[in-house]
Structures are given as structure tokens and as C-alpha cells.
Design a protein around this ligand. Structure first.
Ligand SMILES: Cc1cc2nc3c(=O)[nH]c(=O)nc-3n(C[C@H](O)[C@H](O)[C@H](O)COP(=O)(O)OP(=O)(O)OC[C@H]3O[C@@H](n4cnc5c(N)ncnc54)[C@H](O)[C@@H]3O)c2cc1C
Length: 286
């Protein structure tokens, strides 16, 4: 439970963080809230020679509203997101999910950028980011890149973050007018991580016909995914209990579902279906 020794430096700007990463030729890691990296180091699953603390970089903090998105700075904590009036009013799903992460201590330290950069298979924000078609802005040694979240999350702890780069912000898109959204989660009793988490965004027209459906699933497999089969089963249909029941049966179809000591593959498949149905009932204007 004691990490190997490491050097520690602070960066005050994104440019400084990148030049420190380049100087360290792959042996350094960025430190944000430390609530994923430090446990990994204590277990010796990660042994960087140097930590570059980016928590003091002011430009990476805060939430800004664009006409069609909320742009959340990488260092914004889960607690700040959960308690933000702007987030609660604009994207209640995001506030809901952030408020369900771990416990208060984790939410006070853990950051939105760290959560997505770490890409734990049981993290909550990947499901929300997928359901809101989020875009990840990264600063690389060669300039700024914008990566759609479905191209960013590649596998367990694997992302498309380019080498020696800093995740700057996440742009969560605001869905079409009149949408409803929820985050439905079953938490691991010890860690609080998602055994299965379902982020659902639904919009219907005046006749209760589904005009927009986006379902993000986390915790169930190697990497969070969009439940495309569910979305297709909903789009264009009148949003009834029968349609919800049929669509949610497809919730595990687009993922590579995995089992572990806590929950078998079959159990996780079942959780996907049950919790997708619950999420859809919560958003339904039935
Ligand atoms: C007990 C416990 C319970 C938890 N429960 C949950 C839960 O229920 N749901 C959930 O989603 N998460 C949970 N977490 C994880 C928590 O949300 C983490 O804080 C988060 O996943 C990582 O954010 P961080 O700021 O702590 O990142 P760090 O631990 O500092 O960094 C994580 C990784 O991301 C990289 N990184 C961080 N920021 C950037 C950046 N801006 N640019 C590029 N790379 C970056 C780091 O180099 C490192 O590799 C839990 C953690 C603990 C300890």
C-alpha cells in the first residue's frame, strides 16, 4: 500500500504541464484530484517516476454555458458539478450522475477531466458523456484537438488522449428542446462505483412520439457504450410501457458485457435491461 518513490512538480499553465511531460519522456503522469491515480500507485499498478500536479491551473476550472452546450473545465470537481445551479437547470442528468459518484470526499477531490482521462469501466461520467454526445478538448504538443467521446473511450483505462497531452474541457451538448433525462445507477456497496449505470435522454413530440433517444451504459462491460439497439427501438414510436419493455430488453446488445467476482456476466446483462427500463419509465411523460 506504499507507492514507489516519485518526484513531484507543479504546473501553473497547460503549456507548462505539456513541456514538463515532454521533458520526462513518458515517465511522468499528470495529477488532478488523485482519487484514481494515487490508489493505482499504492497498489503499484502504476509507478510513474514523476507526478506533475495540474490542480492549480486556473484555466481548467469552472463551467461555462454555450448556446448549445455546457463546457466543463477538466479540473471542475464532481461536487461542483452536482451542486451547480446552471448544471441542474440545463443538464439535470449530469448533476444527478456527479452527485452519485463515490462519497462526499471523492466528489470533493475527483475531477471531470480525471474521470474521463482515467476511463475506469465502472465510472459514471462516461455514460453521461456518451448520452450527451460530449466532445473532449485536449491540448497536445502540436495544438488543440477536439475528440468526440465515442472516439475517446477505447477500452478499460484506455483512451484516445494523445501522448503528452492535457484534457482541457468536456463539452456536454444540450439536447433538443423539451427533453427529459435521468441517470439510473446501481452502486457497488463497497466502492460506490457503478455496477451498472444508465444515462437516458429522451425527447417526445406533442403526440408522445419519441424524436430523440440517447442511452449511455457504464459498468456493464470493458468500456461504456451507447445502447444503439434500444435507441432504434424507441425512435419514432409512441412512448408506451410496451415500447419501453421491448426496447430495454436490448440494453446489453451493444456492449461487451463482462462478469467479475461481484456480478456475473448474466447478472450484469439483466441489470442493464432492468435499469434501462427504470430509467425510461423515469423520463417518460406517460
Ligand atoms: C473510494 C472511491 C470511490 C469512487 N467512486 C466512484 C464512483 O462511484 N464513480 C466514478 O465515476 N468514480 C469514482 N471514483 C473515481 C473518482 O471519480 C476519481 O476521482 C476520478 O475517476 C479521477 O479523477 P481525479 O481528478 O481524481 O484524477 P487523478 O486520479 O488525478 O488522475 C487519473 C488519471 O487521469 C489522468 N488525468 C487527470 N486529469 C487529467 C487531465 N486534465 N488531462 C490529462 N490526463 C489527466 C492522470 O494522469 C491519471 O492517469 C472513486 C474513487 C475512489 C477513491
Amino acid at each position: 500500500m506504499i507507492p514507489t518513490s516519485f518526484e513531484y512538480e507543479q504546473a501553473e499553465t497547460v503549456a507548462q504541464a505539456i513541456s514538463k511531460l515532454l521533458e520526462s519522456s513518458g515517465e511522468a503522469k499528470l495529477l488532478a484530484g488523485g482519487h484514481s491515480l494515487l490508489p493505482m500507485m499504492k497498489l503499484r499498478l502504476s509507478s510513474p517516476e514523476k507526478l506533475i500536479d495540474i490542480s492549480g491551473i486556473k484555466e481548467l476550472h469552472g463551467i461555462v454555458r454555450d448556446p448549445d452546450a455546457l463546457v466543463v473545465g477538466a479540473l471542475t470537481t464532481h461536487a461542483e458539478v452536482a451542486s451547480s445551479r446552471m448544471v441542474r437547470d440545463t443538464l439535470p442528468l449530469l448533476a444527478d450522475a456527479a452527485g452519485k459518484i463515490g462519497d462526499l470526499q471523492v466528489r470533493n477531490r475527483g475531477t471531470v477531466g480525471g474521470n474521463l482521462a482515467h476511463a475506469d469501466m465502472a465510472s459514471d461520467l462516461p455514460a453521461v458523456a456518451l448520452a450527451l454526445d460530449a466532445e473532449i478538448t485536449v491540448e497536445t504538443p502540436h495544438g488543440t484537438e477536439v475528440i468526440p467521446v465515442d472516439e475517446f473511450l477505447l477500452g478499460p483505462l484506455i483512451t484516445a488522449l494523445p501522448e503528452n497531452s492535457v484534457l482541457k474541457n468536456v463539452r456536454f451538448k444540450i439536447p433538443q428542446k423539451g427533453f427529459n433525462s435521468v441517470y439510473e445507477k446501481i452502486s457497488h456497496p463497497a466502492s460506490g462505483y457503478a455496477v451498472v449505470g444508465i444515462a437516458a435522454v429522451i425527447a417526445c413530440d406533442d403526440n408522445n412520439v419519441v424524436t430523440q433517444a440517447a442511452i449511455g451504459v457504464t459498468g456493464a462491460g470493458d468500456v461504456a457504450y451507447r445502447a444503439k439497439a434500444v435507441e432504434e427501438a424507441l425512435l419514432g414510436k409512441v412512448f408506451t410501457e410496451d415500447v419501453i419493455r421491448h426496447a430495454s430488453e436490448l440494453a446489453a446488445d451493444d456492449g461487451v458485457i463482462a462478469g467479475d467476482l461481484y456480478a456475473s456476466e448474466n447478472y450484469r446483462r439483466q441489470l442493464c435491461k432492468v435499469h434501462t427500463a427504470r430509467a425510461l419509465r423515469r423520463v417518460a411523460p406517460l
